[in-house]
Design a protein around this ligand. Structure first.
Ligand code: ADP
Length: 486
């Protein structure tokens, strides 16, 4: 059994209507450590009946929650934030156990996830309306912002804590209630957040966590229900597209954080050391399992070889292993399918002429670990150019001109994050504006924070999370026409 300072953070029941509940039929599913396969918990496997009950609970909780003042909601959110930070170490251990990332990264994610709660506790108090000069003297035009209603949030395994707080904090701040369906790979982090929410004084029903392996059934019920007024989803583009279709029948609002295929462009005039360190954090963090990971590294001819050599040196310093081993920088991949995908992409690229500069195989640590890898001489006709790798593999492409780099960078259905390194101010503006992406890192490899709008264009998503803009996704605009004022 996993050792926590506070063992009561480890739950194996779902959390609904302020209570811990097992599945009606008693079914459970196993949550395991991806590195060792060790069983961590057998968690309640909820189905359609329980989902219906969660929807009723969230609906019932809306009235009392929305009539609280913004200041009261903010105070509860602030308590939740403080409790999360006070239990940071346990939450990080729990996360590393079920997800595999090094403890330092899990600790970072807990702080990052909590920062959204702090931010929206503050923003809750600044949901301003408007008074618009009316086109007739006997009228006044007023605008209110009101919560959209019950929100369903479906979240992935790569950030088991932050992908939840990024949705739940603005939703609760706005006055919505929420039903979260976390990934079946990482439900324990979600349940620990529910435990701390209860301790923070969340009224029953405002935050519900449905654990299940029947994602399609639970997702189907959440999308089909007319009571659920919004779906916020982070995950793969294919599932996202399906959920958008499912939401059409009830015309739900949707926020979608989907896949990415981030270009990372290094121009001849870049500071090579800075660019190398940018790739190291953008590419290899979470073993390459983030939707904003550098996925295609485009390097200009003049510095290609020097850049590759320095990157190799940096990559050779990475340490692969279990989350609690000293100095570990890279953990396992989440499951066998993830390993198989990475192996397939590397194999296909090398069969077409790409070269392995370092890595390129399963790591001696075990079947779930892939070696941090660099491929050179990678070309557009290889599958890796279009695929979201989700593993620690950096493919290096070569380009000659700025125009060619921008054209290659935009040659994808995705449009989440892009990065480039240059010291030329004119180029910095030109390329920033030309990149068809929701987020651009200029001479910077880590761009996400609670104050900035995170989100994508094209098939990478709809809506933004974080920042002042993130609250709008959970608010409706209501126009009131006050007439007869003669
Ligand atoms: P990933 O490849 O990152 O696991 P997914 O899109 O498969 O991405 O998963 C993200 C979230 O979507 C998870 O919580 C998963 O359980 C959920 N999910 C997967 N398939 C469906 C579905 N058909 N309906 C609703 N949710 C789903």
């Amino acid at each position: 059994m996993m050792k926590l300072n506070d063992q009561s953070l480890l739950h194996d029941q779902a959390f609904m209507d302020g209570e811990w509940r097992s599945a009606k039929d008693g079914k459970t599913f196993d949550v395991t450590n991806p590195a060792t396969g060790a069983l961590l918990a057998s968690v309640a496997n909820m189905g359609s009946e329980e989902t219906a009950a969660a929807i009723v609970a969230a609906d019932k909780a809306m009235g009392p929650w929305v009539t609280k003042t913004a200041k009261e909601r903010a105070a509860i959110l602030r308590k939740w934030h403080n409790l999360i930070l006070a239990n940071k170490q346990d939450l990080a251990v729990l996360m590393s156990e079920e997800q595999g990332k090094p403890l330092a990264e899990s600790l970072g994610e807990i702080s990052y996830g909590a920062s959204y709660i702090e931010w929206y506790a503050e923003e809750a108090k600044r949901v301003y309306g408007d008074i618009i000069p009316a086109p007739a003297s006997d009228k006044r035009v007023l605008v209110l912002k009101q919560p959209v209603g019950v929100v369903a949030a479906i979240t992935p395994w790569n950030f088991p804590n932050a992908m939840i707080t990024r949705k739940v904090a603005p939703a609760l701040a706005a006055g919505c209630t929420v039903i979260v369906k976390p990934s079946e790979e990482t439900p324990l982090s979600a349940l620990a957040l529910a435990e701390l929410g209860a301790r923070a004084g969340f009224p029953a029903g405002i935050f519900n966590v449905i654990t299940t392996t029947d994602a399609a059934i639970v997702g189907g019920m959440l999308t089909e229900s007319p009571v659920v007024r919004k779906l916020s989803f982070t995950g793969s583009t294919n599932v996202g597209k399906m959920l958008i279709r499912q939401c059409a029948d009830t015309v739900k609002k949707v926020s979608m954080e989907l896949g990415g295929n981030a270009p990372f462009i290094v121009f001849d005039d870049a500071d090579i050391d800075q660019a190398v360190s940018g790739v190291m954090s953008s590419k290899y963090r979470n073993s390459g399992q983030t939707c904003v990971c550098a996925n295609r590294i485009l390097v200009q001819d003049g510095i290609y070889d020097a850049f590759a050599a320095r990157l190799k040196q940096a990559v050779s310093g990475l340490k692969v292993g279990g989350y609690d081993e000293d100095g570990v920088t890279n953990g396992p991949l989440i499951n066998g399918a993830a390993m198989a995908k990475v192996e397939r992409l590397v194999q296909e690229a090398t069969s077409k002429g790409a070269k392995i500069l370092i890595g390129g195989a399963v790591h001696e640590k075990g079947a779930q670990y892939y070696q941090p890898t660099i491929l050179t001489d990678v070309r557009r006709d290889m599958a890796i150019f279009e695929a979201e790798i989700f593993g620690p593999v950096a493919p290096l492409y070569r380009f000659a001109t700025e125009e060619e780099a921008v054209e290659m960078a935009n040659d994808t259905i995705y449009g989440l994050a892009a990065y480039f390194y240059s010291s030329n101010l004119g180029r910095i503006w030109r390329v920033s504006e030309a990149l068809d992406y929701g987020m651009v890192g200029v001479n910077e490899g880590i761009i996400s924070n609670e104050a900035a709008p995170f989100g994508g264009v094209k098939q990478s998503g709809i809506g933004r999370e974080g920042s002042k803009y993130g609250l709008d996704d959970y608010l409706e605009i209501k126009y009131i026409c006050l007439g007869g004022l003669t």
